[in-house]
Design a protein around this ligand. Structure first.
Ligand code: IFM
Length: 495
């Protein structure tokens, strides 16, 4: 079923809210609730948890010295494909009914020849069949991501970083569309929830402006080209998935539901009294938060990112059935920074000295910001799934409060009109955190990397989430009883 962007104004949305949680003032709310049928679960990505993805850009990138903090390799991780039953068992123990993971193109098609001939590696197909069967057996709904940062090395090779890579390639839209079509054809009977692309804005930003993801360059023109290609590829992938996946896999009356997982931040002016900083923050918000959704929901084409669309494109409009929202925190925008074409200045998110507690990556813990981005998402009139939210917390001292406070903000946003249908914590298990290697511990399950068996141990937030999933209710008093945040030194390098 397709949903279309609502034309409701923010004012109309707040009038519609009319829910018993609606506070007379924000401090008055003592309890929030979550909807019947809410999806509770966690999220992962293949490159971060599987072994054996050698034919990828990330394998090449991580073999180049200096690219990964601590020199960790993707193969050193939790080896998820060897722990499918145990990990799905942990989801059951946590009371979860949903799991987001990626199907890696390179595991099926490690060479261009295999892709062109459509001869997938049988063991690759079997690996994902096994994951889906294990989930089905336990009644856990899969949400499948079709591209989560990593490309087969014949589509992106950071050793040739001057050449067009990944989303920049001339053939990428038809190739990606064909990948989506094949995945939907093969697994459409098992899967209803599809994420075409994970965090398109992050891939463009971190690969082409920070230079710490493949291809590892600093080039704003290439970053802009990547963003333009991503929305085209998403729209064609959306159409291909809908064309192939006509089956209602989970019996909820709907067939495929397709969206992106959109990384959305709160952009704060370095000096709230500075007109220039306010304008720079608003510009960042437009480029990073709004531009993509304006394209794929409303069909707005704004190729120069100036906030004034050049035209409407019906081939882009209406290509999101849900709004996948990844939220981690705020960024500071300082108009005195280096200026870039299209984007203005690059916002800062590491170790910003503002008094807020920090994660092990030096990111602010800012639950109120979750409410802000949820309100932005609500304006698009789509069902919302939280496709990621989490923190690096090696000592397991902050995750419980973090989860509870973010979910409380989510409950309040629901009362203001946000149609939130699911919360998927990032991540199920500790994993390969890209350029930051294995330092950040995002897992609900702690992985012992010294143990060849990669033993998993639940962190404290697991039982909290189990209780929330069982009751669909969260009391403010529960949060008040949790230990205060422990501020962390900036232990893990970021990107
Ligand atoms: O680990 C990543 C994930 O791959 C994409 N979203 C943010 C997470 C934490 O940085």
């Amino acid at each position: 079923m397709k949903y279309h962007a609502s034309l409701l104004s923010a004012a109309a949305l707040s009038l519609l809210a009319g829910c018993s949680d609606t506070p007379s003032s924000p401090g008055d709310v003592t309890q929030v609730t979550f909807p019947d049928g809410m999806l509770w679960g966690s999220a992962t990505a293949g490159m971060q948890i599987e072994k054996g993805l050698a034919a990828t850009d990330w394998a090449i990138f991580s073999n180049e010295s200096g690219n990964i903090q601590g020199g960790g390799k993707p193969d050193d991780g939790p080896d998820a494909l060897a722990h499918v039953d145990a990990d799905v068992g942990s989801m059951v123990d946590a009371g979860f009914n949903a799991y987001r993971f990626s199907i890696e193109m390179s595991r099926l098609y490690p060479t261009r020849e295999s892709f062109d001939a459509d001869i997938p590696i049988a063991a690759g197909v079997a690996a994902y069949d096994e994951v889906l069967a294990a989930l089905k057996k336990q009644g856990i709904r899969p949400m499948v991501t079709l591209h989560h940062f990593s490309w087969p090395d014949y589509l992106s090779d950071p050793s040739k970083r001057k050449d067009p890579q990944g989303w920049e390639r001339e053939d990428i839209v038809p190739v990606f569309t064909e990948w989506c079509r094949r995945a939907a054809k093969r697994w459409g009977d098992e899967v209803d929830l599809w994420v075409t692309v994970n965090e398109p804005n992050v891939e463009a930003n971190v690969g082409y402006l920070a230079g710490v993801f493949p291809p590892g360059v600093l080039d704003v023109e290439r970053a802009a080209a990547v963003m333009r290609a991503q929305v085209q590829a998403h729209a064609r992938c959306y159409d291909a998935v809908h064309a192939e996946d006509q089956k209602d896999a989970d019996g909820d009356g709907e067939t495929a539901s397709v969206g992106i997982a959109h990384h959305q931040r709160v952009y704060e002016p370095a000096d709230p009294a500075s007109e220039d900083d306010l304008a720079a923050a608003e510009r960042s918000r437009y480029v990073w938060n709004l531009w993509i959704m304006e394209s794929i929901v409303r069909g707005k084409v704004d190729d120069d990112f100036d906030g004034v669309p050049e035209k409407d494109d019906p081939m882009l409009a209406g290509r999101a059935d849900f709004y996948g929202l990844n939220y981690y925190g705020p960024s500071r925008v300082d108009s005195r920074g280096l200026k870039f074409k299209y984007i203005g200045v690059v916002p800062a998110q590491y170790d910003v000295q503002n008094g807020r507690p920090k994660t092990d990556l030096g990111w602010d813990i800012y639950p109120e910001g979750f409410g802000i981005v949820l309100d932005e998402a609500t304006a698009y009139g789509l069902p919302i799934y939280i496709t990621e939210n989490g923190l690096a917390d090696e000592k397991d001292v902050n995750r419980e409060r973090f989860v509870a406070e973010h979910l409380f903000e989510l409950g309040k946003a629901r009362a203001r009109g946000a149609d939130v249908r699911g919360y998927l914590h990032w991540s199920l298990i500790d994993n390969f955190e890209w350029a930051a290697g294995y330092c950040p511990r995002f897992g609900l399950l702690r992985v012992d990397y010294d143990d060849p068996k990669r033993t998993r141990t639940p962190t404290k937030a697991v039982s909290l989430l189990r209780d929330l999933a069982a009751s669909n209710t969260l009391d403010r008093a529960l949060i008040d009883a949790l230990p205060a945040y422990q501020d962390k030194p900036f232990t893990c390098a970021g990107f």
